[in-house]
Design a protein around this ligand. Structure first.
Ligand SMILES: *Cc1c(COP(=O)(O)O)cnc(C)c1O
Length: 381
Protein backbone atom coordinates (compact mmCIF):
# COMPACT_ATOMS: atom_id res chain seq x y z
CA UNK A 1 0.00 0.00 0.00
CA UNK A 2 3.00 2.32 0.40
CA UNK A 3 3.23 2.31 -3.39
CA UNK A 4 -0.25 3.83 -3.59
CA UNK A 5 0.72 6.54 -1.10
CA UNK A 6 3.90 7.31 -3.07
CA UNK A 7 1.93 7.48 -6.29
CA UNK A 8 -0.64 9.92 -4.90
CA UNK A 9 2.10 12.08 -3.36
CA UNK A 10 3.83 12.25 -6.73
CA UNK A 11 0.55 13.08 -8.49
CA UNK A 12 0.06 16.08 -6.24
CA UNK A 13 3.76 16.79 -5.97
CA UNK A 14 3.80 17.00 -2.17
CA UNK A 15 4.57 14.97 0.94
CA UNK A 16 2.25 17.14 3.01
CA UNK A 17 -1.40 16.46 3.78
CA UNK A 18 -3.45 15.80 0.64
CA UNK A 19 -7.16 16.65 0.99
CA UNK A 20 -9.95 14.82 -0.78
CA UNK A 21 -11.02 17.81 -2.78
CA UNK A 22 -9.92 21.43 -2.60
CA UNK A 23 -11.20 24.25 -4.77
CA UNK A 24 -9.02 25.88 -7.45
CA UNK A 25 -9.18 29.61 -8.06
CA UNK A 26 -7.07 30.20 -11.12
CA UNK A 27 -9.08 32.60 -13.26
CA UNK A 28 -11.00 35.85 -12.96
CA UNK A 29 -12.24 35.26 -9.41
CA UNK A 30 -10.49 38.23 -7.79
CA UNK A 31 -11.25 40.53 -10.70
CA UNK A 32 -14.99 39.85 -10.61
CA UNK A 33 -15.11 39.89 -6.80
CA UNK A 34 -13.37 43.27 -6.71
CA UNK A 35 -15.71 44.58 -9.35
CA UNK A 36 -18.64 43.33 -7.30
CA UNK A 37 -17.34 44.99 -4.11
CA UNK A 38 -16.59 48.26 -5.92
CA UNK A 39 -20.15 48.30 -7.25
CA UNK A 40 -21.50 47.89 -3.66
CA UNK A 41 -24.10 45.49 -5.06
CA UNK A 42 -22.87 42.51 -3.06
CA UNK A 43 -26.20 41.08 -2.01
CA UNK A 44 -29.42 40.09 -3.72
CA UNK A 45 -29.34 42.59 -6.57
CA UNK A 46 -26.51 42.68 -9.05
CA UNK A 47 -25.38 41.78 -12.51
CA UNK A 48 -23.39 38.67 -11.60
CA UNK A 49 -26.46 36.69 -10.53
CA UNK A 50 -28.12 37.39 -13.89
CA UNK A 51 -24.91 36.72 -15.78
CA UNK A 52 -24.31 33.46 -13.96
CA UNK A 53 -27.86 32.25 -14.58
CA UNK A 54 -27.55 33.05 -18.28
CA UNK A 55 -24.10 31.44 -18.65
CA UNK A 56 -25.07 28.37 -16.67
CA UNK A 57 -28.26 27.67 -18.61
CA UNK A 58 -26.33 28.00 -21.86
CA UNK A 59 -23.51 25.76 -20.63
CA UNK A 60 -25.75 22.82 -19.79
CA UNK A 61 -28.36 23.34 -22.51
CA UNK A 62 -31.29 24.27 -20.30
CA UNK A 63 -33.70 27.13 -21.00
CA UNK A 64 -33.69 28.60 -17.49
CA UNK A 65 -31.42 28.62 -14.44
CA UNK A 66 -32.29 30.14 -11.06
CA UNK A 67 -29.42 30.63 -8.62
CA UNK A 68 -29.95 29.73 -4.96
CA UNK A 69 -28.12 30.03 -1.67
CA UNK A 70 -27.09 26.35 -1.70
CA UNK A 71 -27.88 23.00 -3.29
CA UNK A 72 -30.19 21.86 -0.52
CA UNK A 73 -32.34 24.96 -1.04
CA UNK A 74 -32.37 24.22 -4.79
CA UNK A 75 -33.66 20.70 -4.05
CA UNK A 76 -36.25 21.99 -1.58
CA UNK A 77 -37.68 24.45 -4.13
CA UNK A 78 -37.50 21.82 -6.91
CA UNK A 79 -39.78 19.55 -4.89
CA UNK A 80 -42.23 22.40 -4.28
CA UNK A 81 -42.21 23.17 -8.01
CA UNK A 82 -43.12 19.54 -8.69
CA UNK A 83 -46.10 20.05 -6.39
CA UNK A 84 -44.81 17.69 -3.71
CA UNK A 85 -46.73 18.42 -0.52
CA UNK A 86 -47.00 17.08 3.00
CA UNK A 87 -48.02 13.41 3.04
CA UNK A 88 -46.84 12.75 -0.51
CA UNK A 89 -44.12 10.20 -1.19
CA UNK A 90 -40.90 10.68 -3.15
CA UNK A 91 -38.82 7.81 -4.51
CA UNK A 92 -35.08 8.21 -4.11
CA UNK A 93 -31.90 6.22 -3.51
CA UNK A 94 -30.50 5.33 -0.05
CA UNK A 95 -26.92 5.83 -1.23
CA UNK A 96 -26.66 9.62 -1.27
CA UNK A 97 -25.64 12.67 0.72
CA UNK A 98 -28.26 13.56 3.32
CA UNK A 99 -29.30 16.78 1.55
CA UNK A 100 -31.40 14.73 -0.89
CA UNK A 101 -33.50 13.30 1.94
CA UNK A 102 -33.50 16.48 4.03
CA UNK A 103 -35.18 18.34 1.18
CA UNK A 104 -37.93 15.70 1.07
CA UNK A 105 -38.38 16.01 4.84
CA UNK A 106 -38.58 19.83 4.80
CA UNK A 107 -41.85 19.44 2.93
CA UNK A 108 -43.19 16.77 5.26
CA UNK A 109 -43.11 14.23 2.45
CA UNK A 110 -41.73 10.74 2.91
CA UNK A 111 -38.85 9.05 1.10
CA UNK A 112 -39.13 5.60 -0.44
CA UNK A 113 -35.76 3.96 -1.01
CA UNK A 114 -35.15 1.81 -4.07
CA UNK A 115 -31.85 0.13 -4.90
CA UNK A 116 -28.98 1.50 -6.97
CA UNK A 117 -27.11 -0.05 -9.87
CA UNK A 118 -23.62 -1.40 -9.16
CA UNK A 119 -21.98 0.33 -12.11
CA UNK A 120 -23.57 3.79 -11.80
CA UNK A 121 -24.06 3.82 -8.00
CA UNK A 122 -27.26 5.74 -8.84
CA UNK A 123 -30.96 4.86 -8.71
CA UNK A 124 -31.69 1.64 -10.56
CA UNK A 125 -34.46 1.78 -13.18
CA UNK A 126 -35.02 -1.95 -12.69
CA UNK A 127 -35.53 -1.56 -8.95
CA UNK A 128 -37.81 1.44 -9.55
CA UNK A 129 -39.95 -0.46 -12.02
CA UNK A 130 -40.21 -3.51 -9.78
CA UNK A 131 -41.28 -1.38 -6.85
CA UNK A 132 -43.96 0.42 -8.87
CA UNK A 133 -45.33 -2.76 -10.41
CA UNK A 134 -45.54 -4.52 -7.06
CA UNK A 135 -46.99 -1.66 -5.00
CA UNK A 136 -48.60 1.03 -7.10
CA UNK A 137 -51.53 1.84 -9.36
CA UNK A 138 -52.51 4.80 -11.48
CA UNK A 139 -55.78 6.50 -10.58
CA UNK A 140 -56.97 9.85 -11.99
CA UNK A 141 -53.57 10.27 -13.59
CA UNK A 142 -51.77 10.02 -10.26
CA UNK A 143 -49.55 7.25 -9.00
CA UNK A 144 -50.93 5.78 -5.77
CA UNK A 145 -48.95 3.60 -3.41
CA UNK A 146 -51.54 0.94 -2.58
CA UNK A 147 -49.63 -0.01 0.61
CA UNK A 148 -49.96 3.48 2.12
CA UNK A 149 -52.69 5.07 -0.01
CA UNK A 150 -50.39 8.02 -0.55
CA UNK A 151 -49.53 9.73 -3.79
CA UNK A 152 -46.06 9.25 -5.24
CA UNK A 153 -45.40 12.69 -6.66
CA UNK A 154 -41.78 12.62 -7.61
CA UNK A 155 -38.69 10.54 -8.22
CA UNK A 156 -35.35 12.03 -7.17
CA UNK A 157 -32.33 10.12 -8.48
CA UNK A 158 -28.77 11.33 -7.84
CA UNK A 159 -25.73 11.14 -10.12
CA UNK A 160 -23.20 9.72 -7.68
CA UNK A 161 -19.69 11.24 -7.66
CA UNK A 162 -20.41 12.69 -11.11
CA UNK A 163 -21.28 9.42 -12.86
CA UNK A 164 -24.66 9.52 -14.58
CA UNK A 165 -27.30 7.04 -13.50
CA UNK A 166 -29.43 5.44 -16.23
CA UNK A 167 -31.47 8.60 -16.42
CA UNK A 168 -33.17 7.97 -19.77
CA UNK A 169 -34.60 4.65 -18.57
CA UNK A 170 -35.68 6.25 -15.28
CA UNK A 171 -37.42 9.04 -17.19
CA UNK A 172 -39.35 6.53 -19.30
CA UNK A 173 -40.64 4.79 -16.20
CA UNK A 174 -41.55 8.08 -14.47
CA UNK A 175 -43.45 9.25 -17.57
CA UNK A 176 -45.38 6.00 -17.71
CA UNK A 177 -46.39 6.27 -14.05
CA UNK A 178 -47.07 10.03 -14.05
CA UNK A 179 -44.31 10.73 -11.58
CA UNK A 180 -42.34 14.00 -11.84
CA UNK A 181 -38.64 13.45 -12.37
CA UNK A 182 -36.30 15.75 -10.46
CA UNK A 183 -32.55 15.19 -10.74
CA UNK A 184 -30.17 15.75 -7.86
CA UNK A 185 -27.30 16.77 -10.10
CA UNK A 186 -25.36 18.35 -7.22
CA UNK A 187 -22.29 16.24 -8.07
CA UNK A 188 -22.58 16.01 -11.83
CA UNK A 189 -21.93 19.41 -13.37
CA UNK A 190 -20.20 18.66 -16.68
CA UNK A 191 -21.44 15.07 -16.85
CA UNK A 192 -23.36 13.97 -19.93
CA UNK A 193 -25.58 10.95 -20.50
CA UNK A 194 -25.64 10.10 -24.20
CA UNK A 195 -24.40 13.62 -24.97
CA UNK A 196 -27.19 15.33 -23.00
CA UNK A 197 -26.24 17.11 -19.79
CA UNK A 198 -27.33 15.51 -16.52
CA UNK A 199 -29.96 17.56 -14.72
CA UNK A 200 -31.78 18.34 -17.99
CA UNK A 201 -33.68 15.06 -18.40
CA UNK A 202 -36.35 15.64 -15.78
CA UNK A 203 -38.84 18.41 -15.16
CA UNK A 204 -36.32 20.10 -12.86
CA UNK A 205 -32.65 19.66 -11.95
CA UNK A 206 -30.69 20.91 -8.93
CA UNK A 207 -26.94 21.60 -8.68
CA UNK A 208 -24.66 22.56 -5.78
CA UNK A 209 -21.64 24.88 -5.58
CA UNK A 210 -20.56 24.03 -2.07
CA UNK A 211 -16.82 24.36 -1.34
CA UNK A 212 -16.10 20.73 -2.18
CA UNK A 213 -17.98 20.58 -5.50
CA UNK A 214 -16.36 20.74 -8.95
CA UNK A 215 -16.85 24.52 -9.07
CA UNK A 216 -17.73 26.58 -6.03
CA UNK A 217 -19.20 29.88 -4.93
CA UNK A 218 -18.35 29.17 -1.29
CA UNK A 219 -21.95 28.08 -0.95
CA UNK A 220 -24.50 28.07 -3.69
CA UNK A 221 -26.87 26.15 -5.86
CA UNK A 222 -29.00 26.42 -8.97
CA UNK A 223 -32.34 25.12 -10.22
CA UNK A 224 -32.69 24.36 -13.93
CA UNK A 225 -35.79 23.77 -16.02
CA UNK A 226 -37.11 24.23 -19.55
CA UNK A 227 -40.54 25.29 -18.26
CA UNK A 228 -41.03 29.05 -18.19
CA UNK A 229 -43.83 28.93 -15.61
CA UNK A 230 -41.75 26.81 -13.24
CA UNK A 231 -38.72 29.06 -13.77
CA UNK A 232 -40.69 32.17 -12.85
CA UNK A 233 -42.15 30.43 -9.84
CA UNK A 234 -38.68 29.28 -8.76
CA UNK A 235 -37.44 32.89 -8.83
CA UNK A 236 -40.53 34.02 -6.92
CA UNK A 237 -40.25 31.34 -4.23
CA UNK A 238 -36.52 31.92 -3.71
CA UNK A 239 -36.96 35.70 -3.34
CA UNK A 240 -39.57 35.88 -0.53
CA UNK A 241 -42.41 35.99 -3.10
CA UNK A 242 -41.98 39.71 -3.46
CA UNK A 243 -44.23 41.15 -6.14
CA UNK A 244 -42.05 43.29 -8.40
CA UNK A 245 -42.57 46.97 -7.62
CA UNK A 246 -40.18 49.94 -7.60
CA UNK A 247 -40.66 50.67 -3.88
CA UNK A 248 -43.59 48.79 -2.32
CA UNK A 249 -43.07 45.65 -0.29
CA UNK A 250 -45.87 43.30 -1.23
CA UNK A 251 -45.49 39.53 -0.87
CA UNK A 252 -48.18 37.21 -2.14
CA UNK A 253 -47.31 33.98 -0.32
CA UNK A 254 -45.05 32.56 2.38
CA UNK A 255 -41.79 31.89 0.61
CA UNK A 256 -38.05 31.69 1.15
CA UNK A 257 -34.96 33.84 1.28
CA UNK A 258 -32.95 31.41 -0.87
CA UNK A 259 -31.43 33.77 -3.43
CA UNK A 260 -27.72 33.66 -4.16
CA UNK A 261 -25.84 36.83 -3.16
CA UNK A 262 -24.11 38.73 -5.97
CA UNK A 263 -20.71 38.19 -4.32
CA UNK A 264 -21.07 34.44 -4.59
CA UNK A 265 -22.31 34.74 -8.15
CA UNK A 266 -19.23 36.82 -9.08
CA UNK A 267 -17.00 34.01 -7.84
CA UNK A 268 -19.10 31.48 -9.68
CA UNK A 269 -19.02 33.27 -13.05
CA UNK A 270 -15.23 33.02 -12.88
CA UNK A 271 -15.36 29.36 -11.80
CA UNK A 272 -17.71 28.39 -14.60
CA UNK A 273 -15.25 29.82 -17.14
CA UNK A 274 -12.74 27.19 -15.93
CA UNK A 275 -15.06 24.19 -15.75
CA UNK A 276 -13.94 22.54 -19.01
CA UNK A 277 -10.31 22.68 -17.89
CA UNK A 278 -11.19 21.21 -14.48
CA UNK A 279 -12.99 18.30 -16.10
CA UNK A 280 -10.18 17.62 -18.55
CA UNK A 281 -7.80 17.58 -15.58
CA UNK A 282 -10.01 15.18 -13.58
CA UNK A 283 -10.50 12.84 -16.52
CA UNK A 284 -6.74 12.74 -16.95
CA UNK A 285 -6.37 11.97 -13.24
CA UNK A 286 -8.86 9.10 -13.66
CA UNK A 287 -6.66 7.56 -16.37
CA UNK A 288 -3.64 7.69 -14.05
CA UNK A 289 -5.53 6.14 -11.15
CA UNK A 290 -6.90 3.45 -13.42
CA UNK A 291 -3.37 2.51 -14.49
CA UNK A 292 -2.21 2.43 -10.88
CA UNK A 293 -5.03 0.21 -9.62
CA UNK A 294 -4.70 -2.17 -12.58
CA UNK A 295 -1.83 -3.71 -10.62
CA UNK A 296 -4.04 -4.48 -7.59
CA UNK A 297 -6.25 -7.51 -7.81
CA UNK A 298 -8.31 -6.53 -4.76
CA UNK A 299 -8.89 -2.90 -5.68
CA UNK A 300 -11.11 -1.81 -8.58
CA UNK A 301 -10.98 1.75 -9.80
CA UNK A 302 -14.52 2.97 -10.52
CA UNK A 303 -14.82 3.90 -14.18
CA UNK A 304 -17.52 5.94 -15.86
CA UNK A 305 -20.47 3.64 -16.62
CA UNK A 306 -21.88 3.01 -20.09
CA UNK A 307 -23.33 6.13 -21.80
CA UNK A 308 -21.93 8.46 -19.14
CA UNK A 309 -19.24 10.99 -19.95
CA UNK A 310 -18.39 11.70 -16.34
CA UNK A 311 -16.84 14.73 -14.69
CA UNK A 312 -15.04 12.40 -12.22
CA UNK A 313 -15.85 14.91 -9.45
CA UNK A 314 -14.77 12.43 -6.75
CA UNK A 315 -12.57 9.54 -7.79
CA UNK A 316 -13.45 6.23 -6.15
CA UNK A 317 -12.20 2.70 -5.69
CA UNK A 318 -13.95 -0.47 -4.64
CA UNK A 319 -12.25 -2.79 -2.14
CA UNK A 320 -13.01 -6.49 -1.78
CA UNK A 321 -14.61 -6.31 1.67
CA UNK A 322 -15.15 -4.18 4.77
CA UNK A 323 -11.91 -5.35 6.43
CA UNK A 324 -9.82 -4.35 3.44
CA UNK A 325 -11.71 -1.11 3.17
CA UNK A 326 -10.87 -0.17 6.74
CA UNK A 327 -7.22 -1.19 6.34
CA UNK A 328 -6.99 1.08 3.28
CA UNK A 329 -8.68 3.97 5.11
CA UNK A 330 -6.39 3.60 8.13
CA UNK A 331 -3.19 3.37 6.15
CA UNK A 332 -3.82 6.28 3.79
CA UNK A 333 -5.22 8.66 6.42
CA UNK A 334 -2.28 7.93 8.73
CA UNK A 335 0.04 8.86 5.89
CA UNK A 336 -1.71 12.20 5.42
CA UNK A 337 -3.69 11.19 2.36
CA UNK A 338 -7.34 11.89 2.90
CA UNK A 339 -9.62 9.05 1.88
CA UNK A 340 -13.22 8.57 2.93
CA UNK A 341 -15.83 5.83 2.78
CA UNK A 342 -19.01 6.39 0.78
CA UNK A 343 -22.04 7.54 2.80
CA UNK A 344 -23.92 5.37 5.26
CA UNK A 345 -27.20 4.36 3.67
CA UNK A 346 -29.94 6.85 4.48
CA UNK A 347 -32.39 4.16 5.58
CA UNK A 348 -29.88 3.16 8.29
CA UNK A 349 -30.03 6.58 9.92
CA UNK A 350 -32.54 6.87 12.76
CA UNK A 351 -34.14 9.76 10.90
CA UNK A 352 -35.29 7.63 7.98
CA UNK A 353 -35.53 4.18 9.51
CA UNK A 354 -39.33 4.08 9.09
CA UNK A 355 -39.16 4.78 5.35
CA UNK A 356 -40.11 1.97 2.98
CA UNK A 357 -37.18 0.18 1.29
CA UNK A 358 -36.99 -2.32 -1.52
CA UNK A 359 -34.24 -4.90 -1.22
CA UNK A 360 -31.06 -2.84 -1.21
CA UNK A 361 -28.44 -5.46 -2.03
CA UNK A 362 -26.40 -3.28 -4.38
CA UNK A 363 -26.51 -0.24 -2.11
CA UNK A 364 -25.35 -2.37 0.83
CA UNK A 365 -22.59 -3.94 -1.25
CA UNK A 366 -21.25 -0.52 -2.29
CA UNK A 367 -21.67 0.99 1.18
CA UNK A 368 -19.19 -1.53 2.59
CA UNK A 369 -16.57 -1.24 -0.14
CA UNK A 370 -16.40 2.13 -1.87
CA UNK A 371 -13.82 4.74 -0.88
CA UNK A 372 -13.12 8.18 -2.29
CA UNK A 373 -9.51 9.09 -2.96
CA UNK A 374 -7.89 12.52 -3.53
CA UNK A 375 -9.62 14.16 -6.48
CA UNK A 376 -8.59 17.82 -6.56
CA UNK A 377 -7.72 19.44 -9.84
CA UNK A 378 -3.97 19.03 -10.19
CA UNK A 379 -1.58 21.85 -10.94
CA UNK A 380 0.58 20.47 -13.72
CA UNK A 381 4.20 21.43 -13.40
C1 LIG B 1 -23.55 18.61 -2.25
C2 LIG B 1 -24.79 17.90 -2.41
C3 LIG B 1 -26.06 18.52 -2.27
C4 LIG B 1 -26.26 19.97 -1.91
O1 LIG B 1 -25.48 20.41 -0.89
P1 LIG B 1 -25.32 21.93 -0.42
O2 LIG B 1 -24.19 21.84 0.52
O3 LIG B 1 -26.62 22.31 0.22
O4 LIG B 1 -25.02 22.80 -1.61
C5 LIG B 1 -27.18 17.77 -2.52
N1 LIG B 1 -27.12 16.49 -2.87
C6 LIG B 1 -25.94 15.85 -3.03
C7 LIG B 1 -25.93 14.43 -3.47
C8 LIG B 1 -24.74 16.53 -2.80
O5 LIG B 1 -23.58 15.86 -2.95
Amino acid sequence: MQKIVDFIQSLYNTKEFIPLHEPKFGGNEKKYLNDCIDSTFVSSVGKYVDLFEKNFAKKIGSKYAIATVNGTAALHISLILADVTKNDEVITQPLTFIATCNAISYIGAKAIFVDVDLDTMGLSPRSLQEFLEANCKIENNTCINTQTNKIIKACLPMHTFGHSCQIEEIKKICDKWNISLIEDAAESLGTYYKNKHTGTFGKIGAFSFNGNKIITSGGGGVIVTNDEVLAKRAKHLTTTAKVPHPYEYVHDEIAYNYRMPNLNAALLVAQLEQLDGFIENKRDLAIRYKELFNDYENIDFINEPEHSKSNYWLQAVLLKDLKQRDAFLDFTNKKGIMTRPIWKLMNELDLFKDCFCTSLDNAKYLEQRVINIPSSVRVRK
